[in-house]
Design a binder for this molecule. Structure first.
Ligand code: AN0
Ligand code: CP
Length: 316
């Protein structure tokens, strides 16, 4: 495994879910696999869960871990090609990436969408500089268009909590005071499309995700109708794709509340976190027994450990 970005990179989903269950059951069974191997985790953006869970996963495998906050440590990095570097950025990604690659065996990188250049974001220009120039396997810890470690953990959590063979899973947009990336919903749709679930996506008009993810997916503009008989409700905010990066609505009639949850089949509530309480979801719902957001976050160690384990096995 040279990169982990899309659902295709994990291979057979059934096998990956079985491996995740094994890793969760015996997390230290491969604690020498990473001996004398180093993973560098590079953050262009903030993180709690990804930062801690990916470190934990690597340590479970016996690895050394280096964490770099690009905007605090190191030098401000220029990411544009062909520019005259006479500004405030003393180093180009083109040099920094292969240098970092010489200090470690695997790199994880978080670099959110810029919302300045839709084409550059959706061509994953920054992540591809790591994939093309680092010389070591690359794990996306949320890129401009995807968050695969999150989606893998989300699917594993649904597998753990489902009480029917093919549950109805609803991805619902919810209001937020800022314009958030499309990476989490994109990956959620990408993984649910190939999983054994009935997926429905619900959002206000103008919040359609990129067709490369939602082609063939049921989109319901009536949120209450979408919630009917659902087994899992996955809430997330995202900015408009069509009016790229725009915050078109903060309509709180889309907040997930107890009344809407009552329309479901006693559904579990999920969110990748961090969550804005009483914007995305009411306190009553996220504090209820139906909320599995903490178990979902705990499973981020599992998804990261499966991916890192496979990369280490490929380095043998
Ligand atoms: C895992 C979520 C990370 C990020 N969230 C924020 C608040 O920026 C997002 O919405 O993509
Ligand atoms: N869900 C998730 O990736 O959380 P962080 O942004 O805190 O890493």
């Amino acid at each position: 495994m040279k990169r982990f970005l899309t659902v295709d990179d994990i291979g057979d989903l059934g096998q990956a879910l079985k491996e995740a269950a094994e890793v969760k059951k015996t997390p230290y069974a491969w604690d020498t696999l990473g001996k004398n191997k180093t993973i560098t985790l590079i953050f262009f953006n903030s993180s709690l869960r990804t930062r801690l869970s990916t470190q934990k996963a690597a340590m479970n495998l016996g690895m050394n871990v280096i964490v770099l906050d690009v905007n605090k440590d190191g030098w401000q990095l220029e990411t544009e090609f062909g520019v005259v570097m006479d500004g405030d950025k003393p180093e180009h990604l083109r040099e920094a990436v292969p240098v970092i690659g010489r200090y470690c065996d695997i790199i994880g990188v978080r670099s959110f969408a810029s919302f300045e250049d839709k084409k550059a974001d959706y061509e994953e220009e920054i992540l591809n500089q790591f994939i093309n120039f680092a010389g070591v396997p690359i794990i996306s810890m949320e890129s401009a268009t995807r968050h695969p470690l999150q989606a893998f953990a989300d699917l594993f959590t649904i597998e753990e909590f489902k009480n029917k063979e093919r549950p109805k899973v609803v991805l619902t947009w919810a209001p937020h005071p800022r314009a958030l990336p499309q990476a989490v919903p994109n990956s959620f749709v990408e993984w649910m499309k190939v999983a054994d679930v009935d997926l429905v996506v619900t959002h206000p008009k103008g919040y359609e995700l990129s067709p490369e993810f939602t082609d063939g997916v049921t989109v319901e503009y009536d949120q209450k109708k979408a919630f009917e008989d659902a087994d899992f409700i996955y809430a997330k905010n995202w900015a408009s794709y069509e009016q790229y990066g725009q915050l078109l609505s903060q309509d709180k009639s889309w907040t997930v509340d107890e009344e809407k949850m009552s329309l479901t089949n006693d559904a579990r509530f999920m969110h990748c976190l961090p969550v804005r309480r009483n914007m995305i979801v009411t306190d009553g719902v996220i504090d209820s027994e139906n909320s599995i957001v903490i178990d979902e976050a705990a499973n981020r160690v599992v998804s990261a450990q499966v991916v890192i384990k496979r990369m280490l096995e490929a380095l043998k």
